[in-house]
Design a protein around this ligand. Sequence first.
Ligand code: PXG
Length: 448
Amino acid sequence: MPSISCTPFTDFGALAKKGSRIIERADNIYLWDSDGHKILDAMSGLWCVNVGYGQQALVEAATAQLQQLPFYNAFFQTATPPAIELAELLAEVTPPQFQHVFFAGSGSEGNDTVVRMVRRYWDLLGQPERKVIISRNNAYHGSTMAGASLGGMGGMHAQGGLPIPDITHIEQPYWYELGRPKGLSRDEFGLVAARWLEERILAVGPGRVAAFIGEPIQGAGGVIIPPATYWPEIQRICDKYGILLVSDEVICGFGRTGNWWGCETLGTQPDLMTFAKGVTSGYIPLGGVMVGERVARVLVEQGGEFNHGYTYSGHPVACAVALANIRLIQRERLVEHVRDDVGPYLAQQYAALMDHPLVGDAETCGLMGALVLARDKVAGTPFASEVEIGMVCRGHCFANGLIMRAVGDRMIIAPPLVISRAQIDDMMVLIRRCLDLTWADAQAKGWV
Ligand code: PXG
């Protein structure tokens, strides 16, 4: 079907030959494709369907708002009731420093807003030379020019002349690849990795650095869960040099890690937080930036006009759906469900996977999980890259009714927060089956 072959992150030529998989309907944590196959969606769509599919409260909220007021903009000192109410609710569920929000349409737009807002902040403080934003290799912050520049994906930078000026990247806190081979414990490595930030600040010149941005846990990069020592040390370094700390909560927000926000789980007090995805559980697009007191005070009191915004900033229907979604998360106590029940249960199940011959490492945080597929699990030797072991495993997942993502040799999951223990048991049966099939391939083909 060439007419729809220009889809995201796709080899258009290959797609034109092969065609797409069509997903037709969904309920709870399951999808059905156009061949009638039932699939357990262990990725929550694209890390976003936190409340699961088929939640009527969200559908009703959208319908009612479409009838009442389908659109009005938030430009020129205008607002709509759902946008006002959502701003209040976001202030309630975010850490206390957040009493202000800037709405956008997506996570990428949120991060474009971050770039403009942190530079505006330093301009207003009379330090326009503070422009540099430090991010990390293998980070994902979106696909617009600024979002992709903040991100640390080499393949994205290679297309389109990125990154834009004054964005620089340090190495990621990936213990398995960067700390373990050097014999560092996770905690030792966490401090080493955080101090790469200080080295970069000193190399750039502290008076030129505006902000540091990071995902509490890198999602698209492969669910890289940093050591517990990492983020507190990052916070200490940001404080020492007075630079703004930006937590990209697009994946980690809204309960994913067992608290409302990833920064609460990982231990920071950011100045800005980007959100999207889970704010509406993906039922309708919405994103934005929570603006902390330190930045808000300057923008409000010294600001003048901030020349930035989107047609759909504060879209009333999206805000109405977000309100219904957040109230549902509160009513059903989904954050507590992840923190006290299914999160620890998943951790236990993943620990047990360490007995599998293919699994070199298994880790979770809340309802994010990652497995490393290793050629020699004891020595931690990876498979030859041409084997593409992750893609082999992902193929078995698709064929067996499970959506689990492959990022290189890491197999990752982020199931809907509504998942039950019994459904986790079902998911683990599928995961083990796919690992067994992948291991059988590896033996038959002489990859191990
Ligand atoms: N920040 C983070 C941390 C994200 O994960 C964005 C920003 C951008 O959000 P929008 O709404 O503009 O897409 C994201 C998005 C993947 C994958 O392959 C991940 C995302 C998007 C698409 C694919 O894991 N995350």
